[in-house]
Design a protein around this ligand. Structure first.
Ligand SMILES: *Cc1c(COP(=O)(O)O)cnc(C)c1O
Ligand code: SF4
Length: 357
């Protein structure tokens, strides 16, 4: 990395308050009251690794904007929802979301090492949320055991890799022993935001008889510090495939150059870009959302310019709990008589003839 012009913020422990942010010179005394007001609703946490990447001189720093509260978080739009992707109606037992027949979310924890200001589960994720007690975890595992249609279990939360090694081991072992569960998936931000947690021991815990996929939540190429790359390599070298999910965020990564750099960085680190999420309608997050039209234009800009293995699927989680669907640009138009117009990556149209004629 280049040597920064200004010293980066160097802290030993997680930043959790306006006072911490003030000491780090990331806010001014006049911001304190507004930040405290936000903090009453939505927890603050910025790990030392992420603090070290922030340039306090850059008012639009891509890391700072993701984790440092903004007074606009208290501005709620009428279309915004407390449960934006409809987890609640699909919760048969505490800690389980069962929306699709073949896979469930298992949410053992409600805390994260960082709190993303645009978090889609921000009403339930945070220091005041509720994780699963041992009895509740047992009940959630029993639900999975007694539903033979469940092919895949997705650990999410909160960030499941924040669990103690003993708890993580217990859950992975339990899932590995359920006959009808073929695949285990973990959604996490830890390899980039708190990479020292990913050591050989954690990698070994995840190395079980069933495939364990790790899906990394990462939104900006700047997040890939040397330590983050090493953490990902530790998992992948153990035989754990990695995919990614990214949220498109206004002013942070909503331009083709940043996304190109991000997806190339992932692929260079053996991580396959999986989803680019359109921002969910979580409360107080409208300042992060772009329009679907803008998102499609971004995907169009990547098509043809950037390797196919660097292309994620642009998805929308339909508000209300109706599932995730691809909303990327389309290149095909049906014409009279079953022929098609197909658009190439350089916007030229071509006729594709009807089949069988
Ligand atoms: C996002 C999500 C999944 C996973 O969806 P994939 O398309 O398989 O990645 C599963 N269940 C719920 C409830 C989800 O929100
Ligand atoms: S890591 Fe995920 S669950 Fe945690 S605050 Fe960020 S978006 Fe929310």
């Amino acid at each position: 990395m280049d040597t920064p012009a200004t010293p980066r913020v160097n802290r030993q422990r997680t930043t959790r308050s306006s006072q911490d942010l003030l000491e780090a010179n990331l806010i001014s005394p006049s911001d304190v009251a507004a930040i405290d007001a936000v903090n009453e609703h939505f927890s603050i946490a910025v790990t030392p690794d992420m603090m070290a990447l922030i340039d306090p001189a850059d008012a639009n720093d891509a890391i700072a904007r993701q984790f440092i509260p903004d007074p606009r978080e208290l501005e709620t739009r009428p279309e915004e929802l407390a449960d934006p992707i409809g987890d609640i109606p699909h919760t048969p037992v505490k800690g389980i979301t069962h929306r699709y027949p073949d896979r469930v979310l298992l949410k053992p924890v409600h805390v994260c090492p960082v709190y993303c200001r645009f978090c889609f589960r921000r009403e339930v994720v945070g220091d005041n949320g509720e994780g699963l007690s041992p009895a509740e975890l047992d009940a959630a595992l029993t639900y999975i055991r007694t539903h033979p249609d469940i092919w895949e279990v997705i650990l999410t939360g909160g960030d499941p890799l924040i669990l103690s090694k003993a708890k993580l081991h217990h859950i992975i072992q339990a899932l590995d022993q359920i006959e009808h569960v073929d695949v285990i998936r973990i959604h996490t931000r830890i390899p980039v935001v708190d990479p020292s947690r990913i050591d050989a021991e954690v990698a070994q815990i995840l190395k079980v008889s069933k495939p364990v996929y790790v899906v990394l939540h990462t939104n900006h190429p700047q997040e890939f510090s040397d330590a983050a790359r090493t953490a990902c390599a530790t998992l992948i070298d153990t035989g754990i495939p990695m995919l990614s999910q990214t949220v498109v965020l206004k002013g942070i990564n909503d331009n083709p150059e940043t996304l190109t750099q991000l997806f190339r960085t992932m692929v260079k680190n053996r991580i396959k870009p999986y989803y680019l999420h359109h921002g969910d309608m979580a409360k107080g997050t409208s300042h992060f959302r772009i329009t679907i039209q803008e998102g499609q234009a971004l995907m169009r800009a990547l098509r043809g310019r950037v390797s196919g293995i660097c292309q994620p699927t642009y998805v929308l989680d339909i508000p209300g709990g109706y599932g995730k669907v691809p909303i990327g640009p389309h290149f095909l138009q049906k014409q009279e008589g079953d022929s098609y117009y197909v658009e190439d990556p350089w916007s030229q149209m071509h006729v594709y003839p009807p089949q069988g004629s």
